[in-house]
Structures are given as C-alpha cells and as structure tokens.
Design a protein around this ligand. Structure first.
Ligand code: SF4
Length: 500
C-alpha cells in the first residue's frame, strides 16, 4: 500500500554518498528547489534567533540538560516508565527495529482495526514500520502535509522538517491530482498549484482519515521523566487530531528523547521553534500524560496509550565518548539548511531518514560503518563548521565527522549491541593508509625527505594533471598542485642562511 521510504532497515540498497550525490547534483530542478527552500528558512531563522539576547545561554542550557540526561539515561528512563505506568500507559522496550515493529504490529492487530493514522513519524521511518504494518495487512496513513506528499508520491523524505522540500508546487499538484483518489478522498476537480488550494485539498483528504481512524501511531519530540508526559511540536494541527481522536495511541520514541523535568521544556520551547521554522512560538504543542483524568471528564484523548521506547543503536552510540553528542539532537534541521553539501546533494543522497550533517554522524553510529553508504557518510561534508554554529544544542558535528572518518579509515574499537568489538578499516581505504604510512616513514627521516623533495623539484615538468591508480579519485575533483622549482628548505637556506 505505502511507498514511504523505509529508512534504516534497507540501507544496503543505497549507493555510497558520492555516487548518489553526483546524480542529484545533475538535477537542475532539484537543486533550484533546495536552494530556494534552504536559503529562505536559513535567513528567517537567523532573524528569529537574533531577537533573543540570551540565545547563547539557552544553547548552553539545552546542551547541559541533554548531556546530564544522557549521563544518567538509565535512571531517567526507569523514572519515565514509572511515571507513564502510573498515569495509565503501558511501556514497551524495543532493542531494535524488528522488535519495535513486532510490538507495534501486535498492538494494532489486537485492537481489531486495520488502519492507522500517523504523525511525527521519523522514528517509525527509521525502523521501517509502514512496511511492517503493510506486511501484516494494516494500512498506515501519514498525516503531516509534507509526509503525505512523500507518501502519495511514492517518494522518500529528503529533509527532517520539510520531507518534501525537493518538490515544488506544480509537482505537488500533480501528485495530489493523480494519487489522492487511490488512497481516499480524491483531489477536487481543477486543483491548481496555489499553496492555499493544495493545503485545502490535503485538509479534506485527511479529515476523512482522522474521523475514521481508531488507532494512531506517533513519535514525540520530548518525554518528561518526572511526569511521564509526551510532547509533540508541529505546525499544522494534524498531529493534535491524531493524538486526541483515535481510541488507541501508540508512540514510538527514541530513548534519547527523555528530559528529566517538565521545567526543562522551557528551554526547548524557545530554541526548537526558532531553529526549525523560525517561529517565535510553536504553533501546536501537544502534551499528553498516560490517559489522564480528562479522559474520564470529557472523553478527550485515547483510552489506551502505549509507549514503545526504541534503542536501535542508541545505547551503542552512547558508549562512544566523542560520537555520543549526536544524541543531543532535537531534530530542528537547522544544520541541513546551512550545509553547502546538503544544499547541492539533497536529502536522498544520505540514504537514511536522517539526512544532512546530523545524518552524516547519526546514521553511521546507529547502523555502524559496515555498508558502503555508512562508510561514505562521514565524508559528506566540507567541515566548514556552519552546522556547529547553528546547532541549538551545540553538537560539534565537524568533530564527530573527523572522529568517524578515523574509524572508517583505521578501524578500531566500537560498541555493537552492547559488546566492545574491534572493527576493520572500511573497504577502499587501503591506499590512503599506505600513503599515510609512507609519509610517516619519510617525515621521520629528514635526510630522506630532503632527497625526495629535491628529486620531485627536478622532475616537476613530468607532473601529471591527474594521479594514476587509487589516487585518481582524489584528483577527479581537485587540481594536483604545481611543484615549486626549489624545495622550501633550500630556499630558506639560500635566503636566510639557515637563520630563524
Ligand atoms: S544536529 Fe543540531 S542543528 Fe542539526 S538537527 Fe540536530 S539539533 Fe538541529
């Protein structure tokens, strides 16, 4: 039924980043759509952030709360479980994607219904839930407007916040006109590509789903340990319909989304909307705590609530001293909008539900660097540092990228499924390592270095424009520097007579 991108589980099917990016860069329409959208959001965000005199302090506070929580994650998760249970919810623990899919599919089947509406579905895309539900005969409907466009278009999301960022209005109109009727209420006759018309078509199409669905599946932006409260930030109000109308609500949330206290939300209520959509205040913030007293009072909210706590590589990531900071991410997408690589390559090239700079450090940690795509992701960056500058929880993405590059090129100790193992260097880095070994040998022997420099200076006219063999990939995108007629040491000795 669904064509939505499955995210993590099918990653071996994705080509390495350079290959996928090369194709994307050749697509002029895609590049123009991305450039327009990312520049618009990034400029608005910069203005919204500049309005707050204490932005740096908020950023530091967000980082501190997240770091503290990650340091005591075991304690806060147990507290969360207690709070959710006390409020009438049921907590399930899922070690990986398969277990999470089994739990959710079982819960939906147990209700006797075969349709679910979905909101905030990034974690569910990570585990390929839509496909697992489909295999069990359950139809899953995305209700976020951009997710709906992606699902109807049999496409993949290419941005954390705006999954259909690579589509323009005319393309969306075509998708709605061609596909809505196959999934439910068709698009109105004569649908134009005015944003208001498109939004109205989606509203009518989705309303039918909201009123019919008895089961909803959601993610969450935050989980509060002390109260068991789930928090969803969204811009359209569709999420609120998903979270309040259906009888059964199943939330699939990564374990890193927990924060200790309700008061901690104060920080993120300020930093997340400004960083993501450049809004001073989030349009729709929905919070729910188990079933709560309101259920009895006015029948509002679900009568059954299940929380599936998803690990899927997060505990292993936590074990990495440098890489664990990626778990601070609040999925604002600011790093995507400033990244020169993302702007040109688009989100699909990253081969995961997490594109852009955060995807380049999160996916190879959650999934390991064993596949071609994951081994290439730490190189999908210029290391310009723009992502670090804008990150509202100060994740030093360049630092993690370099750390992961070292892992890919050298191998070394990592934690996999809780066990410390030593991985081998990724395929294709043999020449690089041999070159580094040769450089070390040479740099340790000044006489040999001097002789080598003189030899190269004499042979400079024979310098090829492109390196042969394994070095060819390096010079495919760079000019081989010209060699000077005289080695620097000789020039120094001649000019300065060896003086400092
Ligand atoms: S890494 Fe930082 S900037 Fe990027 S999505 Fe996460 S929180 Fe936002």
């Amino acid at each position: 039924m669904t064509g939505t991108f499955v995210g993590m589980p099918s990653f071996p099917a994705f080509p390495a980043f350079p290959e996928a990016a090369r194709e994307a860069v050749g697509d002029g329409v895609l590049r123009a759509n991305l450039r327009h959208a990312t520049h618009t959001i990034r400029d608005k965000r910069a203005r919204a952030v500049a309005e707050l005199a204490d932005w740096d302090r908020l950023r530091a506070a967000g980082k501190a709360v997240k770091d503290h929580t990650l340091r005591h994650l075991d304690r806060y998760l147990l507290q969360l479980e207690e709070s959710v249970t006390a409020a009438g919810g049921t907590v399930h623990w899922a070690a990986d994607a398969d277990e999470a899919n089994r739990i959710v599919t079982g819960l939906v089947l147990a209700t006797g219904h075969r349709e679910v509406v979905k909101v905030k579905s990034m974690a569910t895309q990570e585990i390929g839930l839509n496909e697992a539900l489909e295999a069990a005969g359950i139809a899953a409907y995305e209700t976020d407007l951009a997710e709906l466009i992606v699902q109807l278009g049999h496409d993949r999301p290419s941005h954390i916040l705006v999954p259909a960022i690579h589509r323009n209005r005319a393309e969306i109109r075509e998708i709605f006109a061609a596909e809505m009727g196959r999934w439910g209420r068709p698009a109105p006759d004569g649908l134009g590509d005015d944003p208001r018309e498109l939004a109205e078509a989606a509203r009518l199409h989705l309303r039918e789903k909201f009123l019919r669905a008895k089961v909803a599946v959601s993610g969450a932006n935050f989980m509060v340990a002390e109260t068991g409260t789930m928090v969803v930030f969204e811009s359209e109000g569709n999420g609120r319909m998903c979270l309040t109308l259906p009888e059964t609500l199943i939330s699939v949330v990564g374990i890193e989304k927990v924060v200790p206290t309700f008061r901690d939300l104060e920080i993120f209520l300020q930093t997340l909307p400004r960083s993501s959509t450049a809004e001073r205040m989030n349009p729709y913030t929905t919070m729910w705590t188990g079933l709560g007293p309101s259920r009895g009072a006015d029948g509002d909210g679900p009568s059954a609530f299940h929380l599936v706590l998803l690990d899927n590589g997060r505990t292993d990531t936590l074990a990495d001293e440098v890489g664990r900071q990626a778990l601070r991410c609040i999925r604002c997408s600011a790093c995507l909008n400033v990244c020169p690589v993302y702007e040109r390559a688009g989100g699909h090239a990253y081969g995961s539900v997490y594109p852009g700079p955060i995807g380049a450090i999160l996916s190879p940690q959650l999934r390991g660097t064993g596949s071609e795509i994951d081994a290439s992701l730490p190189y999908a960056s210029t290391l310009c540092g723009a992502c670090y500058e804008v990150c509202p929880v100060a994740i030093d993405i360049p630092e993690v990228l370099v750390h992961l590059r070292e892992r890919v090129a050298q191998g070394g100790p990592v934690t996999r499924e809780g066990v410390r193992v030593r991985i081998r260097p990724a395929h294709g880095h043999t020449a690089e390592r041999a070159a580094m070994r040769a450089a070390r040998l040479l740099l340790d022997r000044p006489a040999a270095l001097r002789a080598g420099e003189r030899l190269l200076a004499r042979a400079r006219r024979l310098r090829p424009r492109r390196l042969p063999g394994p070095g060819r990939a390096w010079t495919d995108a760079r000019d081989l520097p010209e060699l000077p007629p005289e080695p620097f040491r000789d020039w120094w000795a001649r000019e300065r007579g060896g003086r400092a």
